[in-house]
Write a protein that binds this ligand. Structure first.
Ligand code: ATP
Ligand code: MG
Length: 461
């Protein structure tokens, strides 16, 4: 077989390290995700080597050849070698002992057999090994499954998911990233063991969900496995099959969401926000006398639901806040003129990247409406064009961009305290409204007038 790692500098380093290990009488293979991705012609992001030696022996051999090593996971038999800047994880062949907690093997046993090491792996496409001269080792027909675009558990599916329920989400994540179908028996095994996901650490679940959401084929994965995803994010469950009863939509809330996620730029922020953008449609639903559905206040009402789900998944507080802002403003009407776009920017913490993300969510949302109601796409584009203009012209939209500072106000005689911030905000509002130029003299004049008015009010009170 041809070298699937051809023309890959990191792959060449991995092959070099395998050569060094084997010259010392050991046996080593490239294994797992890197073999899968190389055979698919996808970019390989990490190289894993499996070796029949214990880490201490591997370390001695490599260091003797001048290769630096780091003891990254020796409890599981993993050593990281750095070959010409390329990090390579080298793990001793192992068999996992019994799993009694549904997430960790009770013990890890090292073995001399690569076949046994491959048998502990999750899916057939992840259970192949490749060697520069011995070629592909594929005891579970992973290559046939790659060709058939199928995800199939190694061994008895239900047992494998019972051992480690994270594999359930890994499988759906691979379906989303690769566009593969999950073999029927494997999918039934996932469903049968989905309750075991409750045992898995929130951070690991969030990590897999993020990969799933950012996948190229996410619509299909969200549609096919909504029930399993609802196990880890129960807040989504009411959206599934929820009829919107409006001409603006041809899909139920969940399928609309699944399309929107697919259309949003493939980055965690936009994908999570799009997943949650209509989360409170079911709870805010009303029907008028004509039988038409409405969802008044759903964007605002969605904030606590989205936050609750993300907190449970132990996502970072700053990320949660950003997602919540996108949920909050996903359907806010904005006139695409600098004055209004700058106001929106202010609501988004003055962060242009957050506004770009909002435009992506708005575009994705609109693209998932009924065909006659997709004008939001052009509208989102107009807002983004306007943002570009604002940035190009360095138009001010933060207090820091004013040509005056708090110090100037103190020097002018204004007392220390909340008035300073209030005065700066009033100036920014006027500058953004284009009723006040961002020039020092004009700003000072404005501040003086503002303060004398405020001082009178205070005295009268
Ligand atoms: P990617 O790196 O693209 O996320 P991957 O398949 O390489 O995908 P890793 O987490 O890097 O995933 O794991 C490397 C390999 O280890 C996998 O290909 C698989 O063979 C094995 N593996 C990882 N996690 C599990 C698991 N939970 N159960 C069984 N085998 C696993
Ligand atoms: Mg990997």
């Amino acid at each position: 077989m041809e070298n699937p790692f051809d023309n890959n500098e990191h792959g060449n380093q991995a092959i070099r390290v395998i050569g060094i290990l084997e010259d010392a009488g050991l046996e080593a293979w490239l294994v797992g995700g890197c073999v899968r991705d190389a055979l698919l012609g996808r970019p390989v992001h990490d190289f894993d080597i499996a070796c029949n030696a214990l880490w201490s022996e591997t370390k001695t051999v490599l260091e003797a050849s001048g290769i630096h090593t780091v003891e990254t996971g020796i409890a599981h038999g993993t050593l990281t070698a750095i070959s010409k800047g390329t990090p390579l994880e080298i793990t001793t062949y192992r068999i996992d002992g019994a799993y009694t907690d549904g997430r960790h093997p009770d013990s890890v046993q090292f073995t001399r057999s690569i076949q046994e090491d491959l048998a502990r792996r999750d899916f057939t496409i992840n259970a192949m090994a490749w060697h520069p001269t011995r070629g592909l080792l594929d005891p579970f027909n992973g290559q046939a499954d790659l060709h058939a675009r199928t995800l199939r558990a190694v061994g008895e599916p239900e047992k494998r998911f019972m051992e480690d329920a994270l594999r359930i989400l890994r499988g759906i994540r691979f379906a989303s990233q690769l566009g593969f179908a999950i073999d029927q028996e494997t999918a039934s095994g996932m469903r049968a063991q989905a309750s075991k996901l409750d045992l898995i650490a929130a951070e690991r679940i969030a990590h897999e969900l993020e990969g799933l959401l950012c996948g190229e084929h996410v619509h299909g994965a969200l549609m096919a496995y909504a029930d399993v995803i609802g196990r880890v994010i129960p807040e989504i469950t009411p959206m599934i099959g929820f009829d919107q009863k409006t001409k603006y939509h041809i899909y139920d809330v969940w399928e609309h969401t699944a399309y929107a996620v697919q259309y949003a730029t493939p980055e965690p922020l936009t994908r999570w926000a799009t997943l949650f953008h209509d989360i409170s449609k079911p709870s805010t639903f009303t029907v008028d006398e004509e039988g038409v559905g409405h969802f008044y206040g759903h964007a605002h009402e969605g904030i606590p639901l989205a936050k609750r789900a993300m907190k449970r998944l132990k996502m970072s507080p700053s990320f949660i806040e950003r997602v919540a802002m996108l949920v909050r403003y996903h359907d806010c009407p904005t006139i695409p003129e600098p004055k209004y776009v700058k106001r929106l920017l202010r609501k988004l913490d003055g962060d242009p990247d957050l506004l770009r993300a909002l435009c992506s969510v708005k575009r994705a949302d609109s693209l998932s409406h009924a065909p006659a109601y997709r004008s939001g796409v052009a509208h989102a584009q107009a807002i983004e064009d306007c943002l570009d203009l604002i940035l190009r012209e360095s138009q001010p939209f933060t207090v820091a961009a004013l040509n005056i500072s708090g110090k100037d106000l103190l020097a002018m005689g204004m007392p220390q305290g909340p008035h300073i911030g209030a005065a700066l905000n009033a100036m920014l509002e006027a500058v953004m409204d284009e009723t006040l130029p961002n020039e020092r003299a004009a700003l000072l004049r404005f501040a003086r007038e503002w303060w004398s008015k405020r001082e009178t009010e205070i005295k009268q009170a």
